[in-house]
Design a protein around this ligand. Structure first.
Ligand SMILES: Nc1ncnc2c1ncn2[C@@H]1O[C@H](COP(=O)(O)OP(=O)(O)OP(=O)(O)O)[C@@H](O)[C@H]1O
Length: 440
């Protein structure tokens, strides 16, 4: 063993004794010492979140441990393992938590039950770091990604962790719709002062699905003031959304810029290994007897949404209970018959364009083209909307497949259709028919 290896082993052991197993596994164990000179120890870390956490929370201890081992002072230097796609802005310093909770968190949504994979490791590390250092490391933390990928799970895990460390912490979890309703009710009942008192004295505010603040001017102003009050006092704010802040339509610029003060992290759909690991952890937790081959089969059927993945497992279990048969890949295939047809990857953007064009008696060329007449613009926007709904494609990819259009055009189309859908029943019927056709 080299001097560096034995030094690092000793340092890691000291950290292991000094921290909880989950902190150690998440933030300390992934770091590796890569070189040691007279006074500099170079440490490689997997993500910028790890680097920030080491710099801010572990640096002093690291120097102490190294001094104890080597008998001299060293200066740690952190380097990143690779490049990461994330947006990071500088943050503030120091807080401490204390509380009472009126929105119960789901106790299952904790870090221990969260399976870490390629698509969520950055979000997981950031959430954990925030739970360990609320208000100081990344404030706000903004987690975004597709439906059913674990955003709420991670967000509530932060709350559960904080409450575990300090049961008096004031933690509140709300969806942005709850926040809106609270605000409207407070105006109606003349209780805005109480509402402010409640929200502005929290240690941790978790706001889910923040995109629903779009178009709500009054609520946005109230939220802006709540945000500022909490941030000024170095209290942690965590938000989730299906998209990045500047893609949320009609969100005031001052909110967009505040949302980007902290860290914005994306969760992307899990790869096959992660899906299998999620299923495995679920069957172990529920003591279900299912072989790896069946788990592989189920994980192969659903590749986008973890909620659907869990639903598929439940379906297979129910099918086995009803039929009294053992769970095998062939039983799973029977139980999930028909499911694969609606799996997102089965439908291509080209098929959507063709079906929509046929439905509205125009050509696929019209859909791809640039004509701005109403009879074409609306079907084009519907096709873009369905491409987002029924495939996994990103906005730029959809734009590309629609004759090289910009992703903001796609976003605009989706928002337009979503808004129209709220009031136009003919459009609702058309979309239902088109979806049924595409899935048949
Ligand atoms: N990495 C993971 N490990 C274990 N379970 C997970 C993981 N990711 C998601 N889940 C589970 O998948 C389900 C859906 O997750 P969650 O509700 O957090 O998704 P979401 O991204 O908030 O979805 P939505 O966009 O609908 O709000 C939950 O039961 C959650 O526990």
């Amino acid at each position: 063993m080299t001097e560096l290896d034995s030094l690092w082993e000793a340092i890691q052991n000291s950290f292991r004794q000094d921290t909880t197993p989950v902190t150690f596994d998440t933030l300390i164990a992934p770091a590796k010492a890569i070189s040691l000179s007279q006074n500099q120890l170079e440490i490689e870390v997997p993500t910028p979140v790890h680097r920030d956490f080491w710099r801010k929370n572990l640096n002093t201890q690291l120097k102490e441990f190294a001094q104890r081992e080597l008998g001299r002072n060293i200066e740690p230097h952190y380097v990143l393992e690779g490049e990461f796609t994330y947006t990071n802005k500088k943050t503030e310093d120091d807080p401490t938590p204390s509380f009472e909770m009126d929105t119960p968190l789901n106790p299952h949504y904790n870090f221990g039950t969260f399976v870490v994979g390629e698509g969520n490791k950055m979000a997981h590390a950031a959430a954990f770091a925030v739970a360990e250092s609320p208000g100081s490391l990344y404030n706000p933390l903004f987690i975004y990604g597709g439906v059913g990928l674990g955003k709420t799970h991670l967000m509530e895990a932060i709350g559960n962790h904080m409450l575990q460390v300090n049961p008096n912490s004031r933690v509140k979890y709300v969806t942005s719709e709850d926040f809106t309703n609270d605000y409207i009710n407070a105006i109606r009942n003349n209780t805005t002062e109480q509402l402010r008192e409640e929200y502005r004295n929290l240690d941790l505010l978790l706001i889910d699905d923040i995109q629903f603040l779009a178009n709500k001017e009054g609520t946005q102003l109230e939220f802006f003031n709540t945000f500022n009050a909490l941030h000024d006092r170095k209290k942690q704010i965590v938000m989730t959304s299906d998209r990045i802040p500047n893609e949320i339509p009609e969100l005031q610029d001052r909110l967009v810029s505040r949302f980007r003060w902290g860290l914005t992290v994306e969760i992307t759909p899990p790869d096959l290994e992660t899906r299998i690991a999620i299923l495995r952890s679920k069957v172990e937790e529920d003591h279900i007897d299912i072989g790896n081959d069946t788990l592989n089969y189920i994980a192969g059927q659903i590749d986008t949404n973890i909620r659907e993945l869990e639903g598929a497992l439940t379906k297979v279990q129910a099918f086995a209970n009803l039929s009294g048969e053992r769970i095998t890949p062939s039983l799973a295939s029977q139980a999930l018959k028909g499911l694969h047809r609606v799996a997102k990857n089965e439908i291509s953007i080209a098929t959507i364009q063709k079906q929509v064009a046929d439905f509205y008696n125009i050509t696929q060329g019209d859909i791809l083209g640039k004509k701005r007449v109403k009879q074409i613009v609306m079907p084009r926007q519907i096709a873009m909307y369905l491409s987002r709904e029924l495939t996994d494609s990103s906005l730029p990819k959809i734009g590309n497949e629609f004759g090289g259009k910009d992703h903001t055009t796609v976003l605009h189309a989706i928002d337009k259709i979503e808004t129209e859908l709220k009031k136009d029943t003919d459009l609702q019927n058309d979309i239902t028919k088109l979806k049924a056709k595409l899935r048949s």
